[in-house]
Design a protein. Structure first.
Length: 421
């Protein structure tokens, strides 16, 4: 068997392992969404207290996003960074399962926030190393498809566990699902001898690092990039509108329904994930053909519509079809964030740092969203809170329309290139 054949087989195995890694990591992360809000609401936590607890996690992620991205840039062993993050998430799920009291819940949110800020850029780095920049849009669409399938499967399993076993069982299941994620991670192979090496390098050879003597871009260089600043502002507004929306609805459903609460919440997760699985490859391909801005406008426009429907809908079972709009937004955002990061900083050795900066922006928006929405809901009602989230979503659409430049041009200028990550 030739060396080229062996490399092709290794590449194929690694890409399939990356599919399964996305699937199982999404399994795990599903447990840290609306199930936490429902779990805490069932233990008599108020919306404001739930919002504060969720904000602790987003603040932890916000604080560690930039150093986490920079660390992944500096590390040759991206798998080790991902492995430690998954182990920390197992610990977080275990703490939640042990006790729904203040200290374990806050500790779990802190561990999960720090772990997620390493896991997201590490997985994006693995994808870029395996396929190269030219194929990144398609690969990110595939990643999002497997992640959405994983989220849907996990939501169904967790909904059944929460309904027929106990809400606490959701978090034991979350911890258990992290183990096959570690197995899939171990099966990924790539060349660590060169920090920018890709298994696709033989198809598109080019130096994987900046030219000799040219330093990598610093964080100050990135902060001067108008494309990075504009998209970071869009990310803040996106999460300001989106982060609290389903959690607020989940708390309302828990308070207003007697039976089938966990199943309704599970359905609210499964339906958008099915949309993400169907749309993500199309999003990746379309962003390569049309550019980034048209796709962003499409996905962001679903935010204010969804918030207004949540404000108007009284029947909890109608929340499930409304969540189809979440699938559209999630498909677009999940593919576009790492793709725009590659456009802005991928060729400069700062891909993961840029993802960290966008993650910091997401953390700012999400922290404000969960805290403010919970406070407004407690004092003025859920309808007013949803109207505020709709306004933030509308501002996000306007910002993309008026201020976000097209970033695909940077990638077109480097068509043949792999990048340093």
């Amino acid at each position: 068997m030739t060396g080229g054949t062996l490399r092709t087989m290794a590449s194929t195995r690694s890409l399939r392992a990356l599919d399964w890694l996305n699937f199982f990591v999404a399994n795990v992360q599903t447990g840290f969404g609306p199930f936490i809000a429902s779990y805490l609401a069932s233990h008599k936590w108020t919306q404001g207290e739930i919002g504060l607890a969720l904000s602790v996690g987003t603040i932890s992620a916000m604080v560690s996003q930039v150093p986490g991205g920079a660390a992944v840039d500096a590390l040759r062993n991206k798998k080790a960074a991902a492995a430690w993050a998954i182990i920390a998430i197992i610990l977080s799920a275990t703490l939640l399962a042990v006790s729904p009291t203040v200290i374990p819940v806050m500790a779990a949110e802190v561990f999960h926030g720090f772990a997620s800020c390493m896991l997201t850029p590490a997985m994006a780095a693995l994808a870029l190393m395996l396929v190269g920049r030219q194929n990144l849009g398609d690969r990110l669409g595939r990643n999002a498809r497997w992640a959405s399938i994983g989220s849907a499967v996990a939501a169904g399993l967790m909904g059944l566990c929460g309904e027929y076993v106990s809400p606490r069982a959701v978090f034991w299941l979350t911890a258990a699902l992290a183990l096959p994620a570690l197995v899939a991670l171990a099966m990924i192979e790539y060349d660590r001898r060169s920090s920018g090496a890709s298994l696709a390098a033989s198809r598109a050879p080019k130096p994987a690092a900046p030219p000799a003597g040219e330093p990598r871009e610093t964080i100050l260089d990135l902060l001067r990039d108008k494309r990075m600043l504009a998209f970071a502002a869009c990310v803040v507004l996106f999460h300001l509108s989106n982060a609290a929306m389903l959690n607020l609805a989940a708390g309302e459903v828990t308070a207003g329904m007697g039976d089938n609460v966990q199943l309704v919440i599970a359905a609210c997760i499964i339906v958008p994930q099915a949309i993400v699985a169907l749309m993500s490859p199309w999003v990746g391909r379309t962003a390569q053909r049309w550019g980034r801005r048209p796709v962003l406008i499409l996905g962001f426009s679903a935010l204010p519509v969804r918030a207004l429907l949540f404000a108007a809908v009284g029947n909890p079972y109608f929340l499930v079809p409304v969540q189809m709009l979440d699938g559209l937004s999630a498909a677009v955002f999940g593919v576009m964030l790492p793709l725009i990061a590659a456009d802005v900083a991928g060729g400069k050795g700062r891909y993961n740092l840029c993802i960290g900066l966008f993650g910091l922006s997401a953390g700012i928006g999400a922290t404000l969203s969960t805290t403010v929405a919970g406070f407004v809901a407690d004092h003025f009602g859920n309808t007013v809170s949803f109207m505020g989230l709709a306004a933030a979503g509308a501002l996000a659409v306007l910002l993309v329309w008026l201020a976000m430049p097209e970033t695909r041009d940077a990638m077109e200028e480097e068509k043949a290139g792999d990048v340093a990550i």
